[in-house]
Design a protein around this ligand. Structure first.
Ligand SMILES: [Zn+2]
Length: 257
């Protein structure tokens, strides 16, 4: 797979050649094409976390013969997380919660319950800013560091898994996670549960794309997701799937100690 570290110098050289050609010939067609291709590939790399374009990302377990999947829940904890924990417990399923620091300050006991029930916790920034993609390296480090600190204060250890809000990666995120030594976790099966209002459609979307080794993206932020899980967890059991946490699926250690 092509990476930013390789493609950026390539486009820089091609861009300079296209600029010289444009000045020499008085034709800007090639220059426009190179600029559009560069911007397009960079945007694709920034928004598709599966590409690992800017930094190494884990988004599924490949070549898996056993029927394991990892359910992940972003943006919590919230008032809905307890219901999700109850459902997971009823079905013997383990999951991973990518928590937002400011939410942890509101629901600290939920975090403890998540871990108590054998689930895994990851870092999903402190404020989950809508402008996360525009933060500089220092700001990204602060977002990660503040949430690590909240979790360390509550659990006595910090997570090593980081999921960037909206799945956005860029040079600032790449430099920050290299510094903080977090592993970036993406997804291979996206439920779109925050923008789809029909529970049936969310369920069908997840099931249609389901394959062993999937990391499935949900959000513990609405009763809709709880309703989908009520249907999905028995379905996964019937189909012979086991729900494990991301660290078990990927065989990685999720904390710093
Ligand atoms: Zn999020």
């Amino acid at each position: 797979m092509l990476k930013h570290a390789v493609l950026f110098p390539f486009f820089l050289v091609i861009g300079v050649l296209a600029l010289l050609h444009a000045i020499w010939q008085g034709s800007f067609g090639w220059l426009a094409f190179v600029c559009c291709a560069g911007v397009g590939i960079t945007a694709w790399g920034a928004f598709d976390i599966r590409l690992g374009y800017f930094t190494e990302t884990f988004y599924r377990k490949k070549h898996l013969s056993s029927k394991l999947v990892a359910l992940t829940f972003d943006d919590g904890p919230t008032a809905h997380t307890a219901q999700i924990l109850e459902l997971l417990q009823q079905h013997g399923a383990k999951a991973t919660f990518f928590c937002v620091g400011k939410q942890l300050l509101v629901y600290p006991e939920v975090l403890k319950e998540i871990v108590h029930q054998g689930h895994t916790v990851g870092n999903h920034t402190f404020s989950h800013s809508r402008s996360f993609g525009f933060l500089n390296e220092t700001q990204v480090k602060e977002e990660i560091g503040r949430t690590d600190e909240v979790i360390r204060n509550l659990l006595g250890r910090s997570p090593k898994f980081f999921r960037p809000p909206f799945g956005v990666t860029n040079p600032s995120v790449a430099k920050a996670v290299k510094y903080t030594k977090h592993q970036v976790i993406g997804w291979s099966n996206r439920s779109l549960d925050t923008i789809t209002f029909d529970e049936g459609k969310i369920f069908e979307r997840v099931c249609r794309k389901l394959t062993p080794g999937d990391i499935i993206l949900f959000h513990d932020t609405s009763p809709r997701t709880v309703d989908v899980l009520r249907r999905l967890l028995p379905y996964l059991q019937k189909e012979g799937y086991t729900c494990v946490s991301v660290d078990v699926l990927l065989n990685l250690y999720p904390y710093d100690t």
